[in-house]
Design a binder for this molecule. Structure first.
Ligand code: GDP
Ligand code: MG
Length: 162
């Protein structure tokens, strides 16, 4: 079986946009409305002749128990089934309490985690990515899923863990 890379994070941080960028095509649905991706969607991807599976998580609409519970539940399943996790944060918003909740799950899992600081469309925004060192997940990878900035470096680093 191919190695599995799971993309987790709050609604609207750009998970599906990042999936599309990794695939080099438009398949994952990018929406302004949070929670559009239903459950988990799996894609075949390739980088530098390495093939792997990408899992886009979504459908993180707050259920009766609230956003933290639904995000955490989705993240837990995705983390469980993958080999590597990409934890996507909207670097322009910064880390929220929901993000901190997911960080605890990630730490507990022991899986390799890449902290993706998304929406860094411009070099001038990089200090916002650096602020995410505070999450304690190591080096934040500044990317712009929409424009592609930083994504090649991220993929190169991921390949070393697959
Ligand atoms: P998801 O809910 O995490 O899957 O987020 P989406 O991929 O659907 O993106 C949510 C919104 O953020 C959309 O309006 C995207 O256009 C926007 N977005 C995603 N990535 C970027 C980025 O790198 N830069 C900017 N400026 N906007 C982005
Ligand atoms: Mg999505």
């Amino acid at each position: 079986a191919l190695p599995v890379v799971a993309i987790v994070g709050r609604p609207n941080v750009g998970k599906s946009a990042l999936v599309n960028r990794i695939l080099g095509r438009r398949e994952a649905v990018v929406e302004d409305t949070p929670g559009v991706t239903r459950d988990r969607v799996t894609y075949k991807a390739e980088w530098m002749d390495r093939r792997f599976t990408v899992v886009d998580t979504g459908g993180w609409e707050p259920d009766a128990k609230g956003i933290d519970r639904s995000v955490a539940a989705q993240a837990e399943v995705a983390i469980d089934l993958c080999d590597v996790v990409l934890f996507v944060v909207d670097a322009r918003v910064g880390a929220t309490s929901t993000d901190e909740h997911v960080v605890k799950l990630l730490r507990k899992s022991g899986k390799p985690v890449f902290l993706v600081a998304n929406k860094i469309d411009d070099a001038r925004q990089e200090p916002e990515a650096a602020a995410l060192w505070n999450l304690g997940l190591g080096e934040p990878y500044p990317v712009s899923a929409i424009h592609g900035r930083g994504v090649a470096d991220l993929l190169d680093a991921i390949m070393e863990k697959l």
